[in-house]
Design a protein around this ligand. Structure first.
Ligand code: ADP
Ligand code: MG
Ligand code: MG
Length: 251
């Protein structure tokens, strides 16, 4: 399970604090959603979980299965099962999708002390998943994300998640232009990955994604902190009332 304890984060080289004492626990088997207005620090939280540079944790802790991950490199976190959708560059010219996926998969397997998958093994493993996501194997022979449409990028992101089989999935749906197809791709991906051994965090600006993913808990994040938590009905409430009430409290 994921335990974030009183986390304070600032941008390296800057004074301003972005996460201001954020606490959040996601038990195994649960899907939680974080909603909040632009600029509240949602993406910052996702990046800090993945271990991206540029962010400095000034106090607090992040425990994954009881172990602090703060000092771990991103690769080490990935080996422990932590996955952030889009932690990889949007486009990776010169690297075919299949090669990229197999390399990432084998890195995780190796770190876990498992044997690497051979190319034929990996092809077999990925084929069914790609078919279900309506991803053509030809598309996977092209460089990652180069020239992909919005929907294809979403499929590719969900395929990455399904291939890596992480135990903590963080999806930061920043894209305000998500059309209904892309919403469904993300929602179906998340729903199919739901499992008693997995924790999932879906970050979204928009309530409509949560029409397709019914989260176990919803958290409202405003100005670097969780201001309210509730069940899935909280998302509907927010759609009507907006964030104004929380912004006043945060000020
Ligand atoms: P959200 O995802 O909720 O919209 P962000 O985490 O992207 O919020 O941003 C929170 C605040 O931190 C914003 O004011 C943003 O401008 C600032 N911020 C985020 N990342 C950086 C960065 N790398 N450099 C400077 N400011 C940043
Ligand atoms: Mg933003
Ligand atoms: Mg964001």
């Amino acid at each position: 399970m994921l335990e974030i304890k009183d986390l304070h984060v600032k941008i390296a080289d800057e004074e301003r604090e972005i996460l201001k004492g954020l606490s959040l626990t996601i038990p195994k088997g649960e899907v939680h959603a974080i909603m909040g207005p632009n600029g509240s620090g949602k993406s910052t939280l996702a990046y800090v979980l993945a271990g991206r540079e540029d962010y400095e944790v000034t106090s607090g802790d992040i425990l994954w299965n009881g172990e602090s991950i703060l000092e771990m490199e991103p690769e080490e976190r990935a080996a422990k099962g932590v996955f952030l959708a889009f932690q990889y560059p949007m486009e990776i010219p010169g690297v075919a999708g299949l090669t990229f996926l197999r390399t990432a998969k084998n890195a995780v397997r190796k770190a876990r002390g498992e044997t690497e998958m051979t190319t034929p093994e990996f092809l077999k493993f990925v084929k069914g998943k790609a078919e279900r996501l309506n991803i053509d194997m030809d598309m996977l022979k092209r460089p990652v994300n180069v020239g992909f449409s919005g929907g294809e990028k979403k499929r590719s992101e969900i395929l990455q998640m399904e291939v890596l089989e992480p135990s903590l999935c963080v999806l930061d749906e920043t894209d305000s232009g998500l059309d209904i197809d892309a919403l469904r791709i993300v929602a179906d991906g998340v729903n199919s990955m739901r499992s008693k051994d997995r924790s999932m965090l879906v970050i979204t600006h928009y309530q409509r994604l949560l029409n397709y993913i019914v989260p176990d808990r919803v958290h409202v994040m405003v100005d670097g902190k969780i201001r309210k938590s509730g069940d899935a009905s909280l998302a509907k409430e927010l759609e009507k009332s907006g964030y104004a009430e929380y912004q006043v409290k945060a000020a």
